[in-house]
Write a protein that binds this ligand. Structure first.
Ligand code: DGJ
Length: 748
């Protein structure tokens, strides 16, 4: 039973295949958190909470004058409330109409149900196969009349537990939600590190590991999008945890707007982790009877290091976040014209690229920015979603048909949430752009933001996109978003609701995406935000893949995709082979290396194929064949990071097919050294009893290797899975700078 309630002890035990999560409603109604970790039984674990009187940590009035050990300031709790004696960071803060801010939530009731809760207007994991259970716990603050429903979704087989909450104003007078936490997770013991994923434009999701010391360690975004600067995910692990050993807890926020992750070590060395909508620019007014849903957070735990944690999340995101037709079928290998042409194209040029693409086995052509309105550069035209027929030399329908006639599908770029001042839309509806009366707005890439919190704006975008998508044979949309939100104001909202705008903006975007998917269920949407600026589990609910970064340099991508892989599976990471020298770094790399890196993402190309030599075209053909051949293993398999891009010379990672019959070891030399030291790796995830043969991918002759390295691939040589995972193998030496290898281990 995934959710078990013991009425004697009032404990709730959530059990997954390998983990236990437990909480207890104590005599005072506080919902204590008693345990999260390696699977144990359902007995009451609250004995381990040590209560002692400590100065300056007060006691709830009900404890009387004798029990000074019971303090909300010290107890591990499921929801932590501001204003009633817990001075650590809180997951909930609510202000009453009279200005007082005090909340003390006590257990009132609970419900256990089959299936998975959903959250109106918000993305949330779903349960297609009837595998999940939901526990809802009702908590109440009698004094203010606030009710909070805590939701727990338990996916036992995948070791994932989800959380969210609904805050209801059941009392008289308005309430103002100042902090809406999705999770409060308390650990009474342990020394932890927090791993976060920081970055900037063109360098997203770089791993950073920081000890959680006394005080508050936080990451977040107030940019109106989850942002490239900090990804809305984190790992809390014991100090000694590695890829292969140690306890690690993973968290992924299913939300694309402002967020805050806080890790706090308190006065008695307990650790608290809180995830919420960022409170800096958030206040949500609840009139009597109204309610507010927090976004969802995913939690997983692995006792065996980061690889286990990543594989839980990969499988979960693939199966329970990504939806629709594209969840289960192979995504098309695509070519995008952005780095090939930028704004300098016409219909004929695009058709010529599509023709070459089709001949090389590529399946989808994507027309990026510049096909609409007056858009010859990035200074104008956004919002005018009408094809520029003069530039294209034909209608969009004709262009789509010409592209499809070459043998590839047709896709198209939008940036729906943005508007240029130099656009007909802005001239007609200046009030639709986010600006504060009496202030000049903040420009970014010379664009302003459309007020997605307004329904008329959402309707305009829907109307334009629907008409465009109906007008031509379009199978794919790239949904871009190239700036951070600022200048928040909605004239139709009263002053005490202006703090809702950032969240309303995100909800507005979600509404448009949801309607679009409903109208065009076959459409494949790729998210994008100046690269990977909105790469989160919230967007993945609508867009099965997200452009990982505007940095297409394969060596830079090693770090970006490495960081991304901790939480998100390869088939969500938009990754393309681009030209060399690379446009962002000027680095020259072999075409094969660019292919190997991009194949651990959704795989596509982003260059002018007409400029490739015949030899390069053959290499592209080979790559497409290899990718298709290895698709199941690369995109759906288990994922193991064998070395890191911060290591000495070579980044190595591995994917293993679900049936364990095939593994791909990808190795890229990111640094060439004289007098090279061999790089050894132990494979992971294989079947110890199976026998494997090693080979290099098609087109790579092992006989070109130094003689002593050929031994791995000699005819007739086999290895047991056990050998490959214990003694391991060396990675063949590089023959050219930035050489990459794909070594296939196949069941013999
Ligand atoms: C930013 C994206 O990340 C690029 O791939 C490209 O679509 C440009 N925007 C177009 O303006």
């Amino acid at each position: 039973m995934a959710v078990y309630y013991d009425p004697e002890t009032r404990t709730f035990t959530l059990s997954t295949r390998n983990t236990t999560y437990q909480m207890k409603a104590d005599e005072l109604g506080t919902l204590l958190h008693t345990y999260y970790g390696t699977k144990t039984d359902t007995s009451d674990l609250s004995y381990a909470i040590h209560m002692q009187d400590r100065g300056l940590s007060g006691n709830p009035y009900e404890t009387g004058q004798t029990d000074r050990g019971y303090s909300l300031d010290q107890l591990p709790q499921e929801v932590s409330c501001f204003g009633t004696g817990d001075y650590r960071t809180s997951s909930m803060k609510i202000t009453n109409e009279d200005g007082t801010a005090a909340l003390r939530l006590k257990y009132a009731d609970h419900k256990i149900q089959k299936g998975k809760y959903s959250l109106p207007g918000l993305p949330a994991s779903y349960d297609g196969e009837g595998a999940a259970q939901t526990l809802s716990i009702t908590m109440r603050d009698e004094e203010s009349g606030v009710t909070v429903e805590l939701y727990y979704g338990v996916f036992a087989d995948l070791d994932v537990i989800t959380r969210a909450a609904r805050i209801v104003n059941d009392g008289p007078g308005a309430k103002y939600v100042n902090k809406a936490g999705s999770m409060n997770l308390d650990f009474v013991s342990g020394e932890f590190d927090l791993i976060t994923f920081y970055g900037k434009w063109a360098r997203e999701r770089v791993t950073e590991r920081t000890p959680v010391n006394h005080g508050n360690l936080s990451i977040g975004s107030v940019r109106g999008a989850s942002s490239p600067h900090y990804n809305p995910s984190a790992i809390l692990c014991e100090r000694s945890a590695t890829e292969t050993a140690g306890e690690a807890y993973g968290f992924a926020y299913v939300y694309s707007g402002d967020f805050l992750f806080e890790a706090e070590k308190d006065q008695i060395d307990q650790t608290r982790l809180v995830c919420s909508i960022h409170p800096m620019d958030f206040t949500w007014k609840l009139a009597p009877g109204e309610s507010f849903y927090t976004p969802e957070i995913l939690m997983t735990y692995s006792a065996d290091g980061f690889a286990g944690l990543s594989n839980h999340f990969h499988e979960f995101i693939r199966k329970h976040i990504v939806r629709g037709k594209w969840r289960d079928i192979r995504r098309p290998v695509l070519i995008n014209n952005w780095e090939g042409t930028y704004f300098d194209f016409n219909g004929d040029k695009l058709v010529a690229i599509a023709k070459d693409a089709a001949e090389l086995g590529i399946e989808l052509f994507v027309m990026d920015d510049g096909w609409f309105g007056k858009r010859e550069d990035d200074n104008s035209g956004l919002g005018d979603w009408y094809p520029n027929e003069k530039k294209l030399g034909c209608t969009l329908k004709e262009l789509g048909e010409r592209i499809e006639d070459t043998g590839v599908k047709f896709g198209i770029w939008f940036e729906p949430e943005a508007v240029s001042e130099d656009s007909d839309l802005y001239r007609e509806h200046p009030e639709w752009a986010m600006t504060i009366p009496g202030r000049l707005p903040n420009r970014s890439r010379n664009e302003l933001i459309l007020n997605m919190g307004r329904e008329d704006v959402q309707d305009y975008i829907l109307e334009r996109m629907t008409e465009i998508l109906r007008s031509a044979p379009i199978s794919y949309v790239k949904w871009d978003f190239n700036r951070s939100v600022c200048d928040k104001f909605i004239e139709t909202l009263p002053p005490d609701r202006q703090g809702e705008i950032a969240h309303r903006f995100t909800l507005g975007t979600y509404r448009v995406l949801e309607e679009l998917i409903r109208t065009f269920p076959e459409l494949l949407i790729e998210g994008c935000s100046s690269g990977g600026g909105r790469f989160d589990a919230g967007m993945l609910y609508y867009t099965p893949q997200i452009w990982c970064s505007d940095d297409t340099d394969p060596i830079e991508r090693l770090t970006i995709q490495y960081g991304t892989s901790f939480i998100y599976p390869p088939n969500t990471m938009g990754a393309h082979v681009s030209a060399s020298p690379n446009h962002q770094t000027r680095r020259v790399t072999p075409l094969q290396t660019r292919g190997v890196t991009a194949m651990s993402g959704t795989f596509g190309y982003e260059l002018d194929l007409n400029k490739l030599t015949d030899e390069e075209k053959q290499e592209v053909k080979r790559q497409v064949r290899v990718f298709r051949d290895l698709y199941e293993t690369l995109e759906q398999g288990e994922y193991y990071r064998l070395t890191t891009p911060f290591s000495d010379t070579c980044t190595v990672w591995e994917q293993v097919s679900r049936d364990k019959r095939t593994a791909v070891v990808n190795a890229v030399y990111h640094y060439a050294r004289a007098n090279h030291t061999p790089v050894y790796v132990r494979l992971r995830g294989l079947d110890t009893e199976k026998t494997y043969r090693l080979r290099l991918t098609e087109g790579n002759d092992y006989k070109t290797l130094p003689e002593h390295e050929q031994i791995l691939f000699e005819e007739g040589r086999t290895f047991t899975g056990r050998t490959l995972m214990t003694r391991g193998i060396f990675i063949p030496i590089y023959l050219t700078e930035y050489q990459a290898w794909q070594i296939i281990a196949e069941e013999a």
